[in-house]
Design a protein around this ligand. Structure first.
Ligand code: ADP
Ligand code: MG
Length: 265
C-alpha cells in the first residue's frame, strides 16, 4: 500500500475530562474523499478540528496526527482549508470579501497584494459569484447564505491547500442550494486533486460523494472502509441500524434511539 497522506493514531480528545473521542485511528490516502458520519455529539467536529489543528484551547488530546504525505508540518489555512457549517463563522463581517480572500492568498502564497486581489477575483469567479471584480468590495452581509458558503470556499482554497476539511458545509442551507454547493465542492476537489474529509449527518449524501466512510458512535470509530462496502455490507450494528431505518441523524436523539432499538447494539 502507498504511504497515506494523513495518519491519525489512537486519538483521544476530552473537554473538561469528558471524553469526546476515544482511541480513533484512521488513514487517509491522497485524493481520497472521506465522509465522517454519526449522530449529533458523536465527535465528528472534534475529529475534523483536531486534524485541522483547530481544537479549542480547553480540549485535551493525546495520540498522533501525522501527515506522511506532506514534506512539512501542516499549517491551517495553507495546507488545510476549512469550511464550517455556518459560513459566517469563517468570514469576518466587517471586512470586504476581496480583502479576506486576498489576505489568505498573500499570507500563504507569498504573492503581492495586487496579485492576491487578482487571485481573489479568479477564485470568486471559480465559485461562480457573478461580477467577481466588482464584488471584491462587498461585505459578507450583502450575500445570500449559499453565496456566503461559496465565498468561504474561495477563502478556503486561497492558500492552495492539499486537504479540505468541510464540517457539515451545507446543513444550514435549503435543499436546492445544498445540492449546488455540494456539486461545486465536488468539482473543486477533483479539479485541484484535493484530499477531502467531510462531516455529514446525511448518509445519502455520503453514499453519493464519498470514496470511504467512517462511522462515529459516541466518540468511537465503529466502522470505516470503502463506501460500497460500509453501506453494502455494514459490519457494525450501529451502521446497519442507520442504513435500515433511513432515519436522519438530524432528528432529536431520544426519537432516533427509540427507532434504532439500542438493545441491538
Ligand atoms: N468546546 C467544547 N467544550 C465542551 N464540550 C464540547 C465542546 N465541543 C464539543 N463538546 C462535546 O464533545 C462531544 C462531541 O462533540 P462534537 O465533536 O461537536 O460532535 P458532533 O460534531 O458529532 O456533533 C459532545 O458531547 C459535545 O458536547
Ligand atoms: Mg459537529
Amino acid at each position: 500500500m502507498t504511504e497515506p497522506y494523513l495518519q491519525v493514531k489512537n486519538l483521544n480528545v476530552s473537554y473538561a475530562a469528558i471524553p469526546a473521542l476515544a482511541n480513533v485511528s484512521i488513514d487517509l490516502a491522497k485524493g481520497e474523499r472521506l465522509a465522517v458520519i454519526g449522530e449529533s455529539g458523536s465527535g465528528k467536529s472534534t475529529l475534523a478540528m483536531a486534524i485541522a489543528g483547530l481544537l479549542p484551547k480547553q480540549a485535551r488530546s493525546s495520540g498522533t496526527i501525522d501527515f506522511p504525505g506532506l514534506s512539512h508540518s501542516p499549517k491551517p489555512g495553507k495546507d488545510i482549508g476549512v469550511l464550517f457549517q455556518d459560513p459566517s463563522g469563517s468570514l469576518d463581517p466587517v471586512m470586504k470579501i476581496g480583502d479576506q480572500i486576498a489576505e489568505v492568498a498573500m499570507t500563504h502564497q507569498g504573492i503581492s497584494w495586487i496579485a492576491a486581489r487578482v487571485r481573489a477575483a479568479q477564485l470568486l469567479d471559480r465559485v461562480r459569484i457573478p461580477k467577481p471584480l466588482s464584488r471584491l468590495n462587498s461585505y459578507p452581509h450583502e450575500f445570500s447564505g449559499g453565496q456566503k458558503q461559496r465565498i468561504a470556499m474561495a477563502a478556503a482554497l486561497a492558500g492552495n491547500p492539499s486537504l479540505l476539511i468541510a464540517d457539515e458545509p451545507t446543513s444550514a442551507l435549503d435543499t436546492v442550494v445544498q445540492r449546488h454547493i455540494v456539486d461545486l465542492l465536488d468539482e473543486l476537489v477533483r479539479e485541484a486533486g484535493l484530499t477531502l474529509l467531510f462531516v455529514t449527518h446525511d448518509i445519502a449524501l455520503a453514499s453519493e460523494r464519498a470514496d470511504t466512510i467512517a462511522v462515529l458512535y459516541q466518540g468511537r470509530l465503529v466502522e470505516t472502509g470503502p463506501t460500497v462496502r460500509v453501506l453494502g455490507e455494514p459490519e457494525h450494528p450501529y451502521t446497519r441500524a442507520l442504513i435500515n431505518t433511513h432515519i436522519s441523524l438530524d432528528t432529536p436523539r431520544a426519537k432516533r434511539l427509540a427507532e434504532i432499538n439500542v438493545a441491538d447494539l
